[in-house]
Design a protein around this ligand. Structure first.
Ligand SMILES: [Fe+2]
Ligand SMILES: [Fe+2]
Length: 207
């Protein structure tokens, strides 16, 4: 299918195109997950990513079964969406500094991927149902279920410790600044403690 060709004319064509698209995406994710696993220092995050790599490899196999069931050879079509999401994740990882910030950036990038996959599988399942391709629906639903579970797990990891670790680090920085502001407060208190001279007119009225 060329860049400017208009050869997607039916829901069947769209379904096959979407299948090739997610097949491309899942294969790219299999290649990119090891980088995230290596970069993650949080034990639970690392474990979750490792588990999802195994799941993703199985998802590729399930997609091959879907191709087989609809009488097509497994073929990928370049997906600029996942390329962009993965490139953005790489870019973010290249900019973060420190273990805790890196873990939070990994969660953010991985969740962007999961959400992308969730939309693709949701659409494919709806199209398969409309087209009466009932035998492929359970395979696609299993993939969708795993993506949703991976997304949920990432949220839990982020909310229970990864984000807190980064927040603690960033909260400790203003403490150093507090030293200078408490110095300022001491200076203010020193000058405020001196009795202010009343203006001459007031002194005259008081006497
Ligand atoms: Fe996946
Ligand atoms: Fe996934």
């Amino acid at each position: 299918m060329g860049l400017f060709s208009r050869d997607l004319k039916s829901l069947d064509d769209l379904f096959l195109h979407g299948l090739k698209d997610i097949y491309y995406a899942e294969n790219k994710i299999v290649k990119s997950l090891p980088k995230l696993i290596e970069a993650a220092s949080d034990a639970e995050l690392k474990k979750g990513l490792k588990q999802h790599l195994l799941e993703t490899e199985n998802q590729v196999r399930r997609l091959e079964q879907v191709f087989d069931k609809i009488g097509e050879k497994p073929r990928a079509t370049r997906c600029p969406g996942i390329d962009g999401i993965l490139a953005e994740g790489d870019d973010l990882l290249g900019q973060v500094d420190g273990r805790t910030a890196t873990n939070a950036a990994i969660v953010a990038s991985a969740q962007a991927v999961e959400h992308y996959e969730i939309t693709r599988y949701g659409t494919l399942i709806a199209w398969a149902a409309e087209l009466g391709k009932d035998d492929v629906i359970p395979l696609l639903e299993r993939n969708l279920k795993e993506e949703k579970a991976a997304d949920k797990k990432l949220t839990t990891v982020a909310e229970t410790h990864v984000n807190r670790g980064v927040a603690r680090k960033t909260r400790s920085a203003p403490k150093r600044r507090a030293t200078s502001s408490s110095t300022t407060r001491r200076k203010v208190a020193k000058y405020a403690a001196k009795p202010r001279k009343r203006p001459a007119a007031q002194r005259r009225r008081a006497s």
